[in-house]
Structures are given as C-alpha cells and as structure tokens.
Design a protein around this ligand. Structure first.
Ligand code: ATP
Ligand code: MG
Ligand code: MG
Ligand code: MG
Length: 571
C-alpha cells in the first residue's frame, strides 16, 4: 500500500464527545467517523484493524473445531416470542415492522435463530456435538452509548453457540471455548483477566467474562492477588442476594463499625483499595443458621466521606427501577457513577443498619446501570448459590487456607463472555434430537461472545501515549511504514524506499510506503498518531552514510542500520 493511494485523514483535535483516550485517538487517527449516536463508519484504516482481530478470532475458533456460518441481521419476531425474550428483552432490542406489518428485530444476539437452525438441522445424536459461530453486526439500543466503539449501538460481535448431547459434553465444549478465548486474547496482546460471572436469570452453572484491565472500564472485578480467584462485582455481590432469598423478610444484615467483631475483621482483611474519591462499605449478613456473607459496594462521592450512610430508598423495593441521582444524594449523601482509578488504601468505616432486602435497592441506584438489561433482575432472578462458594471461601476462610488476606478491585472492559446455557433455549424452541436409544432429548447449549469492535478500543486504552496509539504487531493497521523523506526531490530516496518496500511486501510484511512528499515532522507525527509499530526512514542524509533509520513506536530512540541489512532486521 502506498500512502498517496490510501485514505489518511488525521485530525488535530478530537470531538467533544470523545471522553476517553481510545475514542479520541480513533477519531483523530481517522479510524472511525460518527454517523449517529453509537453508530460509526469504520474507515479504511479502522477496518484493517477490525479485520485483523476478526482473523485471529476466526483462526482460533476454527482451530477449536467451531464452524463458521452467517445469520441475518434482521430476525423475525416469532422466534423471539417463542423464546420469551420478545417480552423480556426491553428497550435495548430494536424492533421494526415490514411493509406487511410483520414484526422484526435487529439482532442484538442470535440464540433464537441458531436454536431454530439446530432444531431443523439436527435430528440425531450422531450430529452432535457441534459449535456454530459467526462474526456479524449486532444492534443494541444502549441507553447510554458512549466511548466510541466501546459501547456502540451498532457493533460487531463474534458469537458462537455449542450444542451437545448431555451436560458433560456441554461442559467440555465450554472448556474448549474458554481455552480458545485465552489464546485469542493473548494473541491480541491484551492484558486481561478471566473472571467468574453471574449467570443471572438463565441460571446455568458456568459463566466467565474476559475483562481487559483498564481504568476507564465500566465493570468492576474483585480478585484475590494470592490465588486465581476473580469474579465480577455482580457475582461478588451475590451472597447477600442469596441471603435475601433465604430469608426475604428477615432482618439479616448488620453493618458494623470497625471494632465490632466479624465485620471489621472482614473489612480489615479486604483492605479494599480506594481512590481519593472512592469510598467503600463492607457489610456482613449473618442469619444465625446461614454462613456469613459479605457485601461490597463502591461509590464515587465528590466530597471526602469517611462514613457512608446506608439506607433504603423509598419506592425502589417494589418496582424495579433505578434510583435518580437526587434520591441517591438525598439518602446516601453521595453521587452514583463510575469509579476513577484505584489508587490508595483507606480504612473503611460504615454506619447504619441495613436489611438485605434494601441492599439490592441500593445496588439498583448506585452500582450498575444496565444490569437489568442483561437479563438479570436482581430483585427476582437470583444466581445459584454454588456460584458464590468461591468468594465465600475467600472472604470467610481461615487466612491460613489459601493464604488469603485481601481482595483487590480493579476496573475492566468486558471483551468476551462465555456462558453455559443448559436447555433454556432448546426447551423454549423444542430443539430435540434422538439419543442413542432413539428417545428425543433436549440439546445442551452454550453461547460464547466476543466484542470485536470493542476490542479495538480496549487495545488502544492499554497501549497509547501522548503522541497516539501504539499497536501490537498482530492487529496494527500496518506493521511497518517506510517513510521517504524529500520524495519529490531525491531520486536516491525514491529508489531505496521502493526497494525496501517491495522486499518487505514480498516477504509478507504488511507495509505502507509514505510517498506523499510531506515535511518529516508532519509525516512522523501522523504515523505516531496512527501507531504503526515500526518506522523505516529513508533520507538523503542517511543514504550518504549508507544507512536508514529504524524506529520502534515503543521506543524513542532510532537505530541506524546499513541499508542492505534493513529488510533482514525487520523480518
Ligand atoms: P456489557 O455488560 O458491556 O453491556 P454485555 O454483557 O451486555 O456487555 P454480551 O451479551 O455478553 O454483552 O455480549 C458479548 C460481547 O459483546 C461482550 O462481552 C462485549 O465485548 C460485546 N458488546 C456488548 N455490548 C456491546 C456494545 N454496546 N458495544 C460494543 N461491544 C459490545
Ligand atoms: Mg449489555
Ligand atoms: Mg456484561
Ligand atoms: Mg456479557
């Protein structure tokens, strides 16, 4: 590719709605252009990155035995009615009518359609197991699209669906996908953590999210630095909800101040890291016949509080709605919102009484804004108790088990999600097969999503500096840029730059030749913004000494290389 024939349109400034680095840099480098809220054009530069991510995912999915197909973006409402999600899904599901007045949706996910395919295509146990996947446009009418491609309304997802004869088979399929995801996110060069996640209303027994570690992440991860325990905040919070189910009307929660036996011990043990604006409360619930459980909640307050008032917001208990900012300020004296970066450790002091029932009211208002859309209705659909044993072990255990003494919290961007579904969809859509004895049986399912376009943003969040993006080679829009200085004037530069460019191309390197005859400062700044990992500079001054310059985007110091060694150095 030649830069003169490519579409490079960088911007000095990012638009005002770009709040985070990755959004700003994607706009400035010309990767995306906004069409409407949460809807973006992927420009040639951005699409190159997306395609590379897709290809890594595709290679690993294929290697794991999954079969690619392609399901339509537009899906008939009938299937959604059959699964029950036409009613349940809420306003994130974009619904529309065709000219005959028939209802359709723009797909936010494909469980219904794939189960329809399975029930039509699979008759015999001999056809199982099978795992179908596609990489397709999704639409979710997000309440708050933001951060560019990170929370878009239209975005690209890889979604896979496994079908098995029995639970043991489904668990194996789940593990195969889990392992494939580890490979994918490693190849993408991301710093990530696989965390146990809640299974919400689906109530299966297994779910993991793959969280890219980043301060701007919208999710909270609770993990134990000493063991491999890691869970998302919803799962970490589950114990109190289980207690609620165990004793819905009982007063089972107690909030203690430090110094009061168990609670303070837990608080102490947790050593929750807090930023200067984050405060935390740690509550224990202790019904006499139930094991103690802990509840952990973080809030952002914009004034310095070392006490947090905990109480119930009237009206939240019965209906299921979010507390307004005003209500939260009135009742808790602090603002809801996302947390800033975790910085320092502060002691926790908690006052007031709380019942478990109103803890979930509290979380409604303060912690998550979209959990009810995920199909988890915290008031009614409670996670399975087994899911939280891990956390309970960590927080209750004798520190001599695990060596556990503290749980840490960090923020993450959910880039992948694997989920054991059981027979939820096969039952609703009657997807059966004939088992070895000739009896009809329900297919055991799993679903596995990866946010392809979200990964672009997540990767940039983890890899950028004040000059721009720093791509890892595997997903860079170009691996190498050859910059010819004084292009218009120097025959020698043109000749040498062309030679290097052609040689790299022949060796399979994804290289772009900058033949635009720009001033060096402008040219270099542009490639630094775009984030190409390696730059080769060919200029008259260097050529006079028989050298070209190599500069890694990660390293401020160029190295001088004899012209004839340049290509070998790069490949
Ligand atoms: P979130 O909690 O961020 O809303 P989700 O749990 O609703 O995500 P899933 O249904 O698990 O998302 O979808 C699989 C993957 O699709 C997610 O792990 C995420 O990477 C990606 N994804 C979901 N919503 C969006 C979005 N609005 N924009 C971009 N990617 C998304
Ligand atoms: Mg969502
Ligand atoms: Mg999620
Ligand atoms: Mg998810």
């Amino acid at each position: 590719m030649r830069a003169s024939a490519f579409h490079i349109t960088t911007l000095k400034e990012a638009p005002n709605d770009a709040e985070i680095a990755s959004h700003r840099l994607m706009m400035r480098s010309g990767m995306i252009r906004k069409l409407a809220g949460g809807i973006y054009n992927y420009m040639p530069l951005g699409l190159r990155v997306i395609r590379k991510i897709e290809n890594i995912i595709r290679q690993e999915m294929d290697a794991a035995g999954a079969l690619e197909l392609l399901m339509p973006v537009v899906q008939p409402a009938e299937l959604w009615i059959e699964s029950g999600r036409w009613e349940q899904y809420g306003p994130e599901l974009l619904r529309m009518k065709d000219r005959h007045g028939r209802d359709f949706v723009l797909q936010p996910t494909s469980e219904e359609v794939i189960t329809d395919i399975a029930r039509n295509e699979i008759q015999s146990w001999r056809q199982l197991p099978v795992n179908f996947y596609h990489i397709q446009t999704k639409f979710r009418d997000e309440r708050r699209p933001r951060f560019g491609v990170m929370r878009g309304r239209e975005f690209t997802m890889k979604d896979a669906y496994s079908f098995d004869r029995d639970v043991a088979g489904a668990q194996k399929s789940y593990q195969v996908m889990f392992d494939a995801y580890m490979k994918i996110f490693n190849r993408l060069g991301l710093k990530f953590r696989a965390v146990s996640a809640d299974t919400g209303s689906i109530g299966g027994s297994q779910s993991h999210e793959f969280q890219v570690i980043a301060d701007i992440g919208e999710d909270l991860i609770v993990y134990d630095p000493a063991t491999d325990f890691a869970a998302n905040i919803e799962l970490a919070a589950a114990p109190c909800l289980i207690a609620q189910r165990a004793a819905p009307s009982e007063h089972v929660a107690e909030v203690s101040t430090p110094g009061a036996s168990k609670c303070s011990a837990v608080a102490e043990m947790l050593k929750v890291p807090l930023s200067s604006t984050i405060k935390s409360i740690v509550l224990t619930t202790e019904p006499k016949d139930k094991p103690a459980v802990i509840w952990l909640l973080l809030l952002r307050g914009d004034h310095d509080m070392n006490e947090i008032k905990v109480g119930k917001i009237p009206g939240l208990k019965d209906g299921f709605r979010m507390a307004t900012d005003e209500e939260i300020i009135e009742h808790f004296g602090c603002k809801p919102g996302y947390l800033g970066p975790v910085k320092t450790i502060k002691p926790v002091k908690v006052i007031a009484d709380l019942t478990v029932a109103n803890m979930s009211d509290f979380v409604c208002g303060a912690n998550r804004e979209d959990f009810h859309i995920q199909g988890v209705n915290w008031g009614r659909d409670l996670p399975e108790p087994e899911l939280v044993t891990d956390l309970r072990n960590v927080v209750e255990g004798d520190p001599a088990p695990s060596g556990v003494g503290s749980l840490a919290i960090q923020r993450g961007i959910e880039v992948g999600h694997v989920f054991y579904l059981g027979t939820k969809y096969s039952e609703a859509l009657k997807a059966t097969f004939l088992d070895e004895g000739g009896r009809p049986a329900l297919m055991e399912m799993g679903c596995y999503g990866i946010g392809v376009t979200r990964i672009v943003g997540a990767a940039i969040e983890q890899n950028h500096d004040d000059k721009g993006i720093i791509w890892t080679k595997t997903i860079a829009p170009f691996e190498v840029v050859v910059c010819g200085l004084g292009w218009g004037k120097s025959e020698a530069v043109r000749e040498q730059a062309e030679t290097i460019y052609t040689a790299l191309k022949q060796r399979g390197i994804d290289v772009i030749l900058d033949d635009r005859d720009l001033r060096p400062g402008i040219m270099f700044a542009e490639w630094e913004l775009i984030g190409v990992p390696l730059r080769v500079t060919v200029g008259d001054r260097g050529l006079a000494e028989g050298i070209v310059e190599l500069l890694s985007r990660k390293n401020p110091d160029p190295t001088k290389i004899p012209v004839q060694d340049c290509v070998d150095q790069i490949i």
